[in-house]
Write a protein that binds this ligand. Sequence first.
Ligand SMILES: O=C([O-])[C@@H](O)[C@@H](O)[C@H](O)[C@@H](O)C(=O)[O-]
Ligand SMILES: [Mg+2]
Length: 425
Amino acid sequence: MSSSRISKVVVTPVAFADPPLLNVVGVHQPWALRAIVELHTDTGLVGLGETYADETHLARLDAVAQALPGSDPYDANALRRLVVDVLGKETGGAGASFGGMLDVSSAVDTVYSPFEVACLDLVGRETGRPVSDLLGGAVRDRVPFSGYLFYKWAGHPGSADGGPDDDWGEALNPDQIVAQAKRMVEGWGFGSLKLKGGVFHPDEECAAIEALRDAFPDLPLRLDPNGAWTPETSVKVAERLAGVVEYLEDPTPGIDGMAQVAARTDVPLATNMCVIAFEHLKPAIAADAVQIVLSDHHLWGGLRRSALLGGITDTFGMGLSMHSNSHLGVSLAAMVQLAAATPNLTYACDTHYPWKTQDVVRSGVLDFDDGSVAVPTGPGLGVELDRDLLGELHEQYLSCGVRRREDTVYMRSIEPGFTPNTSRW
Ligand SMILES: O=C([O-])[C@@H](O)[C@@H](O)[C@H](O)[C@@H](O)C(=O)[O-]
Ligand SMILES: [Mg+2]
């Protein structure tokens, strides 16, 4: 049993510049929000976690933060009980939604996650072992990621008061998507590519995938329209892209819809939308609705519960990949430690990392080489906060005016008639 106790908890909301990336529900706002969690111990250690920073979520994090001092960082079960208890009092256990696309059935897993990660970071620092060791040991020394391609505008309309433009340029047709992919592959070495769809008619998005196939004959490809298509359209797309994509991700909403598609195609179906909690696994497996689950420690209740998810997918012969949202280096370190200790990670992980230009961690640890990140072998997560950068990104949070992710609201401020494309085609 450790002698260290959590003595102080600091939750810092930060904002970082985000390009106008398009998706089924709208477009990314000029600023993406994250919260950095610091757990300080009475022995002078600091453990780190990172999560979403929508204001409802922040209030829940703060409520847990107030109750945490005095806790034992080794006692994950007590931490979980504390989160359940605090959220029960504060919220009645209501769920959460991020960006109008990611719903969580219970806030407990999402709130618990950054504290669990920070506790594991602390335990790793105290014992001198990387977090991957605390999850069962690394089975790989590098973690592969896929290049995440987005349709996007050249810049944020009205960016003078909205935030800085990016240097990626416009990507609204197959040639521009191929150019974006070339930059990703040349700059980062990605060995697979994922296109975020749900923006244009499926024929246009299939044409982009076919252009990527011509440009990169050897790279596995994925298309994720976040449920923009009906089951019927999904089957047609699967027929067209059979042998071209390694999987289709959430072509249509819901376990029932995915099951209808899966029954009519051999193209594997992946999800981070219809299986987002443990209670969804049984009906999805029974209906053979999905062949690949995208884990995400931010949403599935931390690293150990994500490892449990990996065991369940293995048991049922399902594939396993990893979901991402706009994130910073603490999250990347946690993703890498988890992936390192997950034997059955059957696909390269998603990451939004190339889209950001700012971070809160010291550089030089999580560099991409050949599309993969070397697993840090030092104590804990293996990353250190840069306090100047943390302060800078916190100032941006205070001044940017964004308090929650609202892709649809932001899109409507530019295209007033916009309605989300869910099940549109
Ligand atoms: O960043 C985005 O716009 C993505 O669409 C993200 O919100 C999704 O949650 C995610 O990447 C996905 O795979 O569905
Ligand atoms: Mg997805």
